[in-house]
Design a protein around this ligand. Structure first.
Ligand SMILES: *[C@@H]1O[C@H](CO)[C@@H](O)[C@H](O)[C@H]1NC(C)=O
Ligand SMILES: *[C@@H]1O[C@H](CO)[C@@H](O)[C@H](O)[C@H]1NC(C)=O
Ligand SMILES: *[C@@H]1O[C@H](CO)[C@@H](O)[C@H](O)[C@H]1NC(C)=O
Ligand SMILES: *[C@@H]1O[C@H](CO)[C@@H](O)[C@H](O)[C@H]1NC(C)=O
Ligand SMILES: *[C@@H]1O[C@H](CO)[C@@H](O)[C@H](O)[C@H]1NC(C)=O
Ligand SMILES: *[C@@H]1O[C@H](CO)[C@@H](O)[C@H](O)[C@H]1NC(C)=O
Length: 225
């Protein structure tokens, strides 16, 4: 009897001590036309990721993704990034830890400002490549004041990958390996930590009428720092 009681106590106390309770979450693909079977596992959180993107025109869906996520990769974060004029990703993710709680997580995405902020970043996008080659530099807008590099693999199929360089809000720089990010209508898991730099602040150059190359901006910033 004593042994049974001890076992019983261990079985209810241990999982909680280690945060290992069996949690069940709503699981729906991006766009949410039809949800799949609920996901259940130990050591997870329920997540909802809301995204709007203008990358794929009318073919890549906006909306929310819901599912189970490793507790340690739940990074509640709202950010935007831009890879070319008019090509943005707006994302907001949150997690919770009671059964089916992500059904009730209604998130809105942060806006992308339209006013240029003086920061210029190297920019590119690629699908199914680990890196992308810089084809141009873009003028960042609004609160996107960091130059970012991201790369990841689709959570649906590990051999679909993406890589981007562009402008991003500062908090996107805290994205780490295995965090979830939306891109072009799919959800990806980052394969590397986000890399951010400050680049090419052309407003520091006080010669109106002269267009400095972004490289000049890079050299200037490096000389000052
Ligand atoms: C957690 O749930 C799964 C699926 O329902 C089940 O197979 C597993 O035994 C459960 N684990 C615990 C520790 O309750
Ligand atoms: C998910 O779980 C809820 C609550 O237990 C249940 O009502 C619903 O039918 C489940 N959904 C699916 C697709 O199994
Ligand atoms: C997603 O939302 C953006 C911004 O509102 C819009 O431009 C784009 O066409 C939408 N995409 C789809 C597939 O509806
Ligand atoms: C969240 O959205 C769902 C579906 O649109 C709705 O059923 C639910 O009531 C909303 N919850 C809150 C807290 O607004
Ligand atoms: C991804 O893998 C699947 C099978 O695992 C294969 O059919 C498909 O061609 C692969 N796609 C790419 C882009 O390599
Ligand atoms: C990613 O960032 C985390 C937290 O800052 C750090 O512990 C880890 O070593 C980094 N990974 C790589 C590959 O740099």
């Amino acid at each position: 009897m004593k042994g049974d009681l001890l076992l019983f106590l261990i079985s209810i106390v241990l999982p909680r001590v280690h945060g290992m309770v069996n949690l069940t979450c709503v699981s729906c693909p991006l766009g949410n036309t039809k949800c799949g079977a609920n996901c259940t596992d130990l050591g997870i959180a329920c997540a909802t990721l809301e995204e709007v993107n203008t990358l794929g025109g009318s073919v890549s869906p906006n909306g929310s993704y819901q599912g189970c996520i490793d507790q340690q990769h739940c990074r509640p974060l709202a950010f935007t990034l831009t890879t070319a004029p008019g090509r943005h990703v707006q994302s907001n993710m949150a997690c919770c830890s009671t059964d089916m709680c992500n059904e009730e997580l209604n998130l809105s995405v942060p806006p992308v400002g339209t006013l240029e902020n003086g920061v210029f970043c190297p920019a590119c996008e690629s699908y199914n490549q680990k890196q992308c080659e810089i084809k141009s530099h873009i003028a960042c807008t609004g609160t996107e004041e960091k130059c970012i590099i991201l790369a990841g693999e689709s959570i649906a199929s590990a051999n679909q990958s993406f890589a981007i360089k562009g402008c991003a809000t500062k908090n996107a720089c805290s994205l780490l390996q295995n965090d979830l990010v939306p891109f072009g209508g799919k959800i990806y898991k980052l394969t590397v930590n986000a890399t951010c730099t400050d680049r090419g602040v052309l407003s520091m150059i006080s010669s109106p009428g002269i267009i400095f190359s972004s490289l000049a901006g890079v050299l200037l910033v490096q000389n000052l720092s």
